[in-house]
Design a protein around this ligand. Sequence first.
Ligand code: NOJ
Length: 513
Amino acid sequence: MIDWLKKAVFYEIYPQSFYDSNGDGIGDFGGIMKKLDYIKGLGANALWINPCFDSPFKDAGYDVRDYKMVAARYGTNEDLYELFAKAHEKGIHVLLDLVPGHTSEEHPWFIQSGKAKPNEYSGRFIWTDGWIVGVKGHPYIGGECERDGTYMLNFFKCQPALNYGFFKPQEPWQKPMNDPDCLATREAVKDVIRFWLSKGCDGFRVDMADSLVKDDDENKTGTCAVWRDIFASVRKDFPEAAFVAEWNNTGQAIISAGFDMDFFLNWGGNGYNTLLRDYETPGGDHSYFKADGDGDITRFLREYLPRYEMAKDRGYISLLSCNHDTPRPRRTLSPEELKLAYAVLFTLPGVPFLYYGDEIGMRYLDIPTKEGGYTRTGTRTPMQWKMGKNLGFSTGDEKDLYLPVDSAADAPTVEASEADPDALLHVVRRVFTLRQESTNFDADSPFSVLVQAKDKPFVYTRGNAVCAVNPSQKEMTLTIPEISGKAILYVIGKAECIEESLTIGGGSFVILE
Ligand code: NOJ
């Protein structure tokens, strides 16, 4: 396992919205460089930057037109290389976002691929063999190119699927995974990975990592084999490069495909959702961290523990506060509830990810869509640095801002949070700093559950530390032999421990060491 990940704490930056250094209303690399000390001061030591490559931005940059050139709105390639260097000087690693499943419909590979005359790129995408022949079971488009065929999509209409082949081809136009055209796609992706790693990037978050081989079996055997091949090649030269999958299947991503980390995402009713986003089922918000939630951590642990046990010697589960696709947790959790949620998310095993602005409790805004964001747009608004013009995000005109800033009179800002000793920001900083100070909270430090039951605090060990959380409104007392001889290291709310007895207030979290 990659050594630097043990202590890694990631901060996700949506580059459009982090900090605008040139007053044009959109965030840029210069802005990220100016805020590296802030990120470091938070106790984070690694970045994931969403796609920052040349793009028509029909899906906020997940529609890549040139994998090797950054989008002019963020700066130049040289600026990004400088960002890598400046981040490294401060001990910060930088992951870029790799989109291997599809390109933009404006990518030169795709334009070539759509030509009637066969050429080097004819097999780079998935085409049927007739203009009226569709792709069974998948979205596809016809009538757009001179080529006599329709092509498969991977996500939006603007994102044609790159061709890694079919697991078991059924039609004459479906190529097997080892077809030279499919192998050429792999080589092209390896080339992109090598390009950025050789410029100083430290790895990638991989978009839709499970989507490569089409009509794969239920274990994603084909897609996993592609990743093993890519990693075997790239890791020979870049053994320290880290890869985190957008896969949400620990066994497949970490064990079979060989990723270092896999996100535990908010997809359809899974265990992670029960912690902080369980508001889609009828009867109110059942999220564990709500003061009036259902108080049942076992719903999360039922899914988390087997995944943790499976992956713990091979890689890490990444728990996250949010990402650019997910409603901000502040949408339903109060800052007090968020303190407990973050304290737990960031003291559990694995490599945590904090989404920019979640540290100050930025709100989810109900605003019109931008660049294919739809309901995700409200999570992507500009970072709120301080009161005053554009909340300190940009010196530009309000009308030119990429997205509007939160107009609420009490919009949280970094400046106000710094001045308020009780602010959420300080909890994030304290917990992140603890991860740097003590090996107990290393990504791979041992973890065990001491208490898990409905309407009881959740109590767990990390190394020789014991953590307990009580999101309910009632004070509770427990007897826990493992805390004997330990003292309180950090507390949110109220806790008292006398020998083996722990009393923990409602809405409280404690670490004993
Ligand atoms: C997942 C990304 O996180 C999302 O933002 C994007 O729209 C899709 N993949 C398509 O690339």
